[in-house]
Design a protein around this ligand. Structure first.
Ligand code: AMP
Ligand code: MG
Length: 460
């Protein structure tokens, strides 16, 4: 299809499908109106040359992609939701539609949300609200621009149904989403096999993840290797959420990908201020997944993975790997904060002191996270708002500490803007209101363009 990046279909899931998945079909939607096609992501997998009609046939009607899965598969999984084990999960409103390889030979999944009911729908309707789809575009684009490893929103097609939801004015519009990510094997996928006492399948799934998603030979001890990778990647994920000011909202073990790639966006928010108690989900009454508790929450989920893997590996060997999480997190946290600031790391005590000063200053609440990183990007103050006194007082000593650091050059015009690009809840709601009230999609597309421009500025 694309002469530059070839389309490389895969059916790797065949190795594990008999114990991991059930063949399903899509809902027959009354309408399929293309609302968002991610041509940037499509170009990376050789699919951007599809016409709109072909796009809708594949990502709204789910006609198989040549060479990939002949039929969608709903994946089976369990998981802890707010620390309570739930054996009744699984793809209840989505399925794995197709698999591809990226340029490095790593496996990618094209998976859906809102594509209809499956054996795992329980009392749910199998549908996604259009607002949910629009919110996922905004979350994934912003996270990608800020350097967080995330699933990409590949396609949103409006499906012409009226949905009833407790958390949106109803009836509300419906959509089907396709997301692109490196696999959809969650911690909960392993928990299920452990619960069902299926050690052979557990080993087989660990080998699948190592082979296709970590691109290495599973070797003699796949469980130990896998845990080591997952600890490393999820520690990095937690750290990158903090530097981005992102609150995922529902860090249940079924929402943690074993690649450490962020995915499944429901009630997420970006916190304007460095407020550890900031909670995204209205149903998170204990603030279990608050901004400042995300590392702890993800670590807890990874402990559940280790418990599952203990069915096939020695717990004495798993435990020390698990224990590296806090240290790896701290290291990644420093790295992520310095990366966003646009300065090169120096030495551990100095970096730690610098990050502590930043967090103390931000916690005073007079400067938003986005504003701070924008003003000091590259290691020197730019702009004039807020007043110098605010930085001198809340961030006492910061300018001196920072003077020892080497900053990146700010060549991109974004850095001359008056305001940083941000994604606070009022902006999200305004973008949705334009769609809901006037069917005006311009603010959404303008925001995606602005986010991508910031993303370019962050890497140039
Ligand atoms: P989530 O909170 O999106 O990670 O979903 C948790 C579980 O509930 C998963 O098993 C989902 O497939 C299922 N689920 C959520 N919403 C629906 C729905 N509208 N219809 C069917 N299943 C759903
Ligand atoms: Mg989920």
């Amino acid at each position: 299809m694309n002469p530059l990046v070839p389309y490389r279909p895969s059916r790797a899931i065949d190795e594990v499908a008999d114990f991991l998945a059930d063949p399903v079909g899509p809902a027959d939607f009354p309408e399929t109106i293309l609302r968002f096609r991610n041509d940037r992501a499509a170009a990376e997998v050789g699919l951007e040359t599809l016409s709109d009609a072909e796009w809708i046939a594949h990502f709204g009607r789910f006609e198989p992609l040549p060479g990939s899965l002949p039929q969608p598969l709903a994946l089976r999984y369990h998981g802890h939701q707010f620390r309570i084990y739930n054996p009744d999960l699984g793809d209840g409103r989505g399925f794995l539609f197709a698999q591809l390889e990226d340029g490095q030979g790593r496996l990618l999944d094209l998976a859906t949300k809102g594509s209809g009911t499956t054996p795992w729908s329980r009392s749910g309707d199998g549908r996604l609200t259009l607002k949910g789809g629009v919110r996922e575009i905004l979350a994934t684009e912003m996270l990608e621009a800020l350097g967080v490893e995330t699933s990409r929103t590949f396609s949103i097609i409006e499906t012409g149904e009226r949905l009833y939801r407790g958390d949106e004015p109803s009836p509300t519009r419906s959509a089907v989403m396709v997301r692109l990510s490196h696999g959809h094997i969650r911690i909960g996928s392993f928990q299920r096999l452990a619960m069902l006492e299926q050690p052979d399948e557990l080993r087989c799934l660990a080998a699948y993840v190592l082979r296709h998603l970590y691109r290495e030979d599973p070797g003699e001890e796949p469980a130990l290797r896998l845990l080591d990778h997952v600890v490393r990647r999820t520690a990095r994920l937690a750290a990158s959420y903090m530097a981005a000011g992102f609150v995922h909202g529902v860090l249940n073990s079924d929402n943690i990908n074993t690649t450490g790639e962020s995915f499944d966006y429901g009630p997420w928010r970006f916190t304007p201020h460095w407020e550890p108690g900031f909670t995204a989900a209205y149903f998170d009454h204990q603030s279990l997944y608050a901004f400042g508790r995300q590392a702890q929450a993800i670590h807890w989920d990874v402990v559940q993975l280790a418990i599952a893997l203990a069915k096939v590996a020695d717990i004495e060997a798993l435990a020390p790997i698990l224990d590296t999480f806090p240290e790896r997190y701290e290291q990644q946290h420093r790295a992520a904060m310095l990366r966003r600031l646009g300065v090169a790391p120096r030495d551990e005590p100095g970096d730690l002191a610098l990050v502590e000063t930043i967090e103390r200053g931000l916690a005073a609440g007079n400067v938003t996270i986005d504003r701070f990183f924008f003003d000091w990007r590259g290691g020197a103050r730019r702009g004039s708002s807020p007043a110098d006194e605010v930085y001198a007082r809340d961030f006492a000593g910061f300018a001196d500490q920072l003077s020892a650091y080497q900053g990146t050059a700010l060549t991109h015009p974004y850095w001359q803007d008056a305001e940083p690009c941000s994604m606070h809840i009022d902006e999200v709601e305004a973008i949705w209101s334009a769609i809901a009230e006037r069917d005006d999609w311009i603010p959404l597309h303008a925001k995606v363009a602005a986010i991508r421009r910031m993303g370019e500025a962050m890497i140039t």
